[in-house]
Design a protein around this ligand. Sequence first.
Ligand code: A3P
Length: 370
Amino acid sequence: MCILKSGKMTGNLDSHNTSTNWLPDTSIKYASMSKVTDWWQGYLKYQVPKSVRRKMLIFLFIVAICCITLIYSCFNCYVICSGTCNVLSIKPDLMTQNAQNITRLSSSHLKTSQRLPSCIIIGVRKAGTRALLQYLDLHPSIVASAKEQHFFNTDRYKLGLEYYRKEMPPSLEDQITLEKTPAYFSDLMTPERIYRMNSSIKLLIIVREPVTRLISDYTQLKFVKGQRNKEIEEFEDLVLDENGEVNTGYRPVQRSMYYHYFVNWLEFFRLDQIHITNGDALITNPYPELYNIETFLGIPHKFSQQMFYFNASKGFFCMSKESLETPCLSDTKGRPHPKVDPEVLEKLYDFFRPRNKLFFIQAKQTFDWP
Ligand code: A3P
């Protein structure tokens, strides 16, 4: 407007040139812009009533505040998630349980790293080790390695503790890293090797009535051989020798002689470092067994009866946590057992009875086994 005015003034002053053709191009541009501004101001002033204009201003102000808030929360989320949510995404229940605390914690508390296990499920094979691990992994204070590591009982041990540590899932400083390898229990080298890693480690053993465990072990071996198109002898032929006595050379029979292996563990660990879970009870009602483990580990009691439900079609308890992809164990657990000759069964019970007693003495606790 001002330029247009001055243009006119300049034109009037210059008597030789009354048109505005002499104006440079930019002035023409400014002139047309000022026309638009005039039109807009006029429009606002005359077409839009004052009250509506005020409302428009308030609306624009609110939109601006919303945008700023949105940008700020996105930025915050990025900062938290990029630094700490790696562990939270691994263990989402932590997110819900600790959500209110997270913003209050400093980033050093939230730093995750891979740590050596401070608790190991050392066995016993086919006594419910997988179910126990899966259940314990629900606990916010526990982070479990899904894979059986077989570190202490194989040549992997030569790779060193640093290799083992890097195989562990990330955990927070106050969480327990848990590993399970059922083969540790019957391996002669493992107790000392674990002791050398951490002499104050906590050990979990799950046992099951030895004859049922033996049948389960046989069922598993039969299944694995079947997958390789190999035949396996009948159960009765394997568990009894040519004299009709229990075949103590058969590995599944040996693995049910708990006292025989437990003594090796007691050489290195105090009994109060070892918790023995009843695998038969874990099948029928997991909650009390898990409550006892929480007490043993000194972690808050977070398990409840509602966290598990009995799945009638599976015949086992499953986890009622909705976010779980697989709330029940796979079909490799709970395979149907072969029907065993009752006379052979009786022989097996007789064989294990005195051996179980030895185990009860070692463990200073008894189980309701025949
Ligand atoms: P069976 O397959 O003989 O029934 P592991 O995990 O140590 O190999 O033990 C397998 C056993 O865990 C299974 O033996 C099954 O009885 C038992 N188990 C305990 N709780 C279970 C659950 N919730 N779902 C499936 N199997 C479970």
